[in-house]
Structure formats: structure tokens, C-alpha cells
Design a protein around this ligand. Structure first.
Ligand SMILES: C[S@@+](CC[C@H](N)C(=O)[O-])C[C@H]1O[C@@H](n2cnc3c(N)ncnc32)[C@H](O)[C@@H]1O
Length: 226
């Protein structure tokens, strides 16, 4: 299959208009919300069907989600990545491997979600190895924060799950306390509320890096109460 050019028109940057093209959804910084109407996940320019939707935030080069999309063709997968270069790597994987059920959203995760994702439209959410921002003064940049979790509550279906994976112990503790503060989410794992070094979860660039350095990987998973 021929890979289309990854070309974001200058206008989208200049006028800050979101754009859908060739299985990519580009959401510029400080986008003009009024200039774009989200067509819905089942629109032909997105998935073209209403299969369950699983979203991965902070997808990096997309290795984990591309593998999941291949293994689970009856699920729709959305990769959310804010760096354009990494979004392009995911775009190339989609087209080279002919992954009809994978779309890449290139943009900031929380803002894009708040602006466009309909209520109760996601079945599962994953955040794999989000940037840990280890310095105290930078911790406010962590994607897993109360605002983000509140958004996840809005966009997940009842019974839907959010899975968070990290090698960073302070971030793991913050994930547990942040999600745990929402009574609508219940941890799938009993105390200490994570699974250590889970097998068969799937691989990614950062997963391999931290495993090769002997770091402990923690997987947390919470379900939206029925
Ligand atoms: C440490 S990397 C992990 C990448 C991948 N999940 C892996 O395991 O290899 C974190 C990624 O999250 C992206 N990212 C960070 N904050 C984000 C946000 N708010 N919205 C979307 N992407 C974000 C970064 O650009 C980076 O590619």
C-alpha cells in the first residue's frame, strides 16, 4: 500500500484550525474551536464504524498501539501524541502496515479531549510511560492530574477502564491517589493497587528502555463503576 505524504497545510498552523486527513487528526496549539466541527468517531473520515474505541495518550512512536491495533482488528484505536515528528512516525506505521482501525491525533491530549470527544464514547483508555516530570516545580505538567481524570470520567462509558503504566515510583503513587480520589473509579488491583512488571502487556520504546535498565514497571488499572 502506498503511504500518503504527511503534509499539514500551512493554513492549519496559521489559522489554528483542526484538520482530519488520511487517518490523522491534527489539533494545533491554541486551536480555534469554532472553526471546526468534530464529525463523530464513526464518520468515514475517521473510523467509519462504531466499534469500541480504545485511546492511548502519550503514544510516542506508536509501537505499542500499532501492535494492539494489529492484534485487535474489531476495536478502533486512537493514538494521541503531541509531538509532530512522533505523530508522523505513527502516521507512517498506519499506512505502511495498512492499519484501518488506527488513527493518530496529533495534539495535546487533555485539551483535544475536552474540545472534541463526546461523552461516553470511549471503552478503554491507556497512558503508557507518560513523562514523569521528576522536578517538584514541573510536576504540574503531568498529564495524569485531577482535571484529566475528570475528563476521563466524562468520556469513558460506564464499566470502561483506564490503565496507567509508569516506571516512576512517585508518579505511580500520585496516579493511585489522584484516580483513587474519584469514587466513580475502582481499582482492579487490590492494595497496593498496581501489578508489577506485567507480562504480555505489550512493548514500547520506553518499556524496553526501562526493562533493560532493570527498573520496576507498575501497571494501574481502574474501572468506571457500573
Ligand atoms: C516518555 S514518552 C512515552 C512514549 C510511549 N508511550 C512509549 O512508551 O514509548 C511520553 C510521550 O508523551 C507525549 N506527551 C506528553 N504530554 C502529552 C500530552 N499532554 N498530550 C499528548 N502527548 C503528550 C510526549 O511527546 C512523548 O512522546
Amino acid at each position: 500500500m502506498k503511504t500518503p505524504h504527511f503534509l499539514i497545510p500551512q493554513e492549519a498552523f496559521q489559522k489554528r484550525i483542526p484538520l482530519i486527513f488520511e487517518k490523522a487528526f491534527f489539533v494545533p496549539d491554541r486551536f480555534d474551536r469554532e472553526a471546526f466541527a468534530f464529525p463523530g468517531w464513526s464518520h468515514p473520515s475517521l473510523f467509519g464504524n462504531d466499534h469500541p474505541l480504545h485511546v492511548e495518550y502519550c503514544s510516542g512512536n506508536g509501537a505499542w498501539i500499532a501492535e494492539k491495533a494489529k492484534q485487535n482488528p474489531s476495536v478502533n484505536w486512537l493514538a494521541v501524541e503531541q509531538k509532530i515528528g512522533r505523530g508522523k512516525q505513527i502516521f507512517n506505521k498506519i499506512h505502511k502496515e495498512g492499519l484501518q482501525n488506527l488513527i493518530v491525533l496529533i495534539g495535546e491530549g487533555e485539551e483535544s479531549t475536552r474540545a472534541f470527544f463526546p461523552d461516553g464514547s470511549l471503552t478503554e483508555v491507556y497512558v503508557n510511560f507518560p513523562d514523569p516530570w521528576p522536578k517538584r516545580r514541573h510536576a504540574k505538567n503531568r498529564i495524569v492530574n485531577p482535571r484529566f481524570v475528570k475528563e476521563m470520567l466524562r468520556v469513558l462509558k460506564t464499566g470502561g477502564k483506564i490503565t496507567l503504566v509508569t516506571d516512576d515510583i512517585p508518579y505511580s503513587e500520585e496516579m493511585i491517589s489522584t484516580v483513587g480520589a474519584f469514587k466513580e473509579f475502582v481499582s482492579i488491583y487490590p492494595e497496593p493497587y498496581y501489578d508489577k512488571n506485567p507480562e504480555d502487556y505489550g512493548g514500547s520504546y520506553f518499556h524496553s528502555l526501562w526493562v533493560s535498565k532493570g527498573k520496576e514497571i507498575r501497571l494501574h488499572s481502574f474501572q468506571k463503576r457500573t
